[in-house]
Design a protein. Sequence first.
Length: 75
Amino acid sequence: MHALSNAHVGRRLKKRSMRRLWVTRVNGSLSGMDINYSQFMNKLKVEKIALNRKVLSEIAQHDERVFIKIVKSVQ
């Protein structure tokens, strides 16, 4: 019983830490582009661009040109 409750907590902490990593990656990629993370995510929502944090993080990490195009499309 004790191990099961710890496993549940561990799974929730893993989700939290992954989201934190994705936000950090996207925020780091936005650092030189005159827009901060919260403004960027808000403009994505306003423009109805449905990319989640995980996908944005992967794009920012592996394909910088595409990420720059996404940023310019919302500015």
